[in-house]
Ligand binder design. Structure first.
Ligand code: HQG
Length: 180
């Protein structure tokens, strides 16, 4: 499988494991898992031509480690980024002093008035370094980087979580904690 094929399948996997499992008739369990044989079956019924070895390669080499197997490799899920309601069973954790959020100019006035909202996902996504936030923002255009005062938020009782692939998650960031 070449890089382009891998990227195409991994993008489709993000779609079905995070947002639209029904697209290929999948039903994720309450923690977002789906059995690997069923997943392969349904992916292949949509012409993806995927066997277990190729799936393993995609999971292992994914640039953001977006997917995870369970220990026995009988189940697979996306590590974060879902819009479907599932419980990732994330543990609350003390955040670093600051985290970054990459966005674009057209959202700034809304963010100034309402703060950072989850929009269609289950959490607001924050990055631990500026470089990552620049990449996130660049998906939508010229990136604008916001700095979030997590120390203060944590002190004020806001909860933070860290996904296994190092994305920081929280429920909302009121604008008074954001440096524009
Ligand atoms: C913006 C990718 C208006 C927010 C990335 C963002 C990330 C508001 C967009 C992950 C707003 C939501 C998530 C408000 C927030 N008014 N706009 N009040 N609050 N926004 O895609 O953080 O490659 O849901 O700034 O790398 O861009 O998919 O979130 O621009 O880690 O693994 O609304 O997705 O990872 O967009 O990206 P998203 P995001 P993957």
């Amino acid at each position: 499988m070449n890089e382009q094929q891998k990227r195409k399948i991994s993008t489709f996997m993000s779609l079905v494991l995070r947002h639209k499992p029904q697209e290929i008739g999948l039903q994720l369990d309450e923690n977002g898992w789906i059995s690997v044989p069923e997943f392969l079956d349904k992916m292949n019924s949509k012409g993806n031509n995927l066997d277990f070895e190729s799936l393993e390669e995609i999971v292992d080499t994914n640039d953001k480690k977006r997917f995870a197997f369970n220990d026995e490799k009988t189940k697979i899920r996306a590590r974060q980024g879902h819009s479907v309601t599932i419980d990732l069973a994330l543990q609350e954790i003390v955040p670093p002093e600051i985290l970054f959020h990459g966005t674009v100019e057209k959202f700034i006035s809304e963010i100034k008035s309402k703060g950072l909202l989850k929009m269609s996902r289950q959490h607001v996504h924050l990055s631990k370094d500026k470089e990552t936030a620049i990449k996130v923002g660049s998906r939508r255009g010229n990136p604008i980087i916001l700095i979030v005062d997590c120390a203060k938020m944590h002190q004020d009782g806001f909860k933070f979580y860290q996904s296994e692939n190092d994305v920081w998650l929280t429920n909302t960031v009121p604008s008074n904690y954001i440096q524009f």
